[in-house]
Write a protein that binds this ligand. Structure first.
Ligand SMILES: C[S@@+](CC[C@H](N)C(=O)[O-])C[C@H]1O[C@@H](n2cnc3c(N)ncnc32)[C@H](O)[C@@H]1O
Length: 236
């Protein structure tokens, strides 16, 4: 099957608008809840850095922003995304969990951030960078709004190194996941796009090279859960 990996704002925005209603349920069940542990890595980092102002771009339904808002050290979180339906769910959830005061959810395109230079201690993106039409530009924009000495954390899905685990993971990613995704979300394309976008996305060393080209320094990565996900970090 030929799966389109067109990453135009219109296509990606419409795709997430269409699956927003089922995103949280599917996300947590398809990852067996492990996505929470991966996000916790980022919140630990924010706590260690005592980050007060954080931008979570491609925030979606706001799980990363909400986890950051619950830290004692943070004072203000901006959660940006270009899907209005994802943002609507994020706002409702943050209000329900009583952390709405710390977070501002707003419409933002990661490739053209309207935010001021040097205005955040830390910028984060969880499972969103894979959708950027221009990854280097997205990382440059995140760097622009991060203060000098501030940090970035990028969580992204990756293909495991170990051949046996890689085989099992690919069976899941290309076989089971699109079927469950299609049945639950009723969207025909989104869960075919997901495995294709993971396969085609720059991983590990290649990703850190692009981070460096975008101006970040001390670019590192850490494999999580057999390399199914990777945490990339760097400093400005
Ligand atoms: C897979 S979801 C991840 C959401 C959330 N960060 C999480 O961890 O569950 C990807 C999100 O990225 C957003 N997105 C993709 N490209 C974007 C861009 N260029 N600017 C802003 N948001 C973007 C989509 O609208 C979607 O909400």
């Amino acid at each position: 099957m030929n799966v389109s990996t067109d990453k135009s704002k219109e296509r990606i925005g419409a795709m997430f608008d269409s699956i927003a209603h089922s995103y949280d349920r599917l996300n947590h069940s398809l990852s067996l809840g492990i996505d929470r542990l991966w996000r916790r890595k980022v919140t630990r980092m924010a706590k260690h850095l005592k980050a007060r102002r954080v931008l979570d771009i491609a925030t979606g339904t706001g799980d990363m922003a909400i986890a950051l808002a619950r830290l004692g050290c943070t004072e203000q979180i901006v959660g940006g995304d270009f899907s209005e339906n994802m943002l609507a769910i994020a706002r409702t959830k943050a209000a329900r969990l009583d952390c709405g005061r710390k977070i501002t959810f707003c419409r933002e395109d990661a490739l053209e951030l309207s935010l001021e230079d040097d205005s955040f201690d830390m910028t984060t993106v969880a499972f969103g960078a894979r959708n950027f039409a221009d990854l280097k530009r997205g990382l440059e924009q995140m760097r622009r709004v991060t203060r000098s000495g501030g940090s970035v954390a990028v969580l992204e899905l990756t293909i495991p190194h170990n051949p046996a685990i890689r085989l099992l993971y690919r069976l899941y990613l290309h076989g089971l996941l699109p079927v469950i995704g299609r049945l639950t979300s009723k969207d025909k394309c989104a869960y075919d796009y997901l495995p294709a976008s993971v396969e085609q996305f720059p991983q590990r060393e290649r990703f850190t090279e692009i981070m460096s080209q975008a101006g970040w320094r001390n670019c590192r990565y850490e494999s999580l859960t057999f390399g199914i996900a990777t945490l990339y970090t760097a400093e400005k």
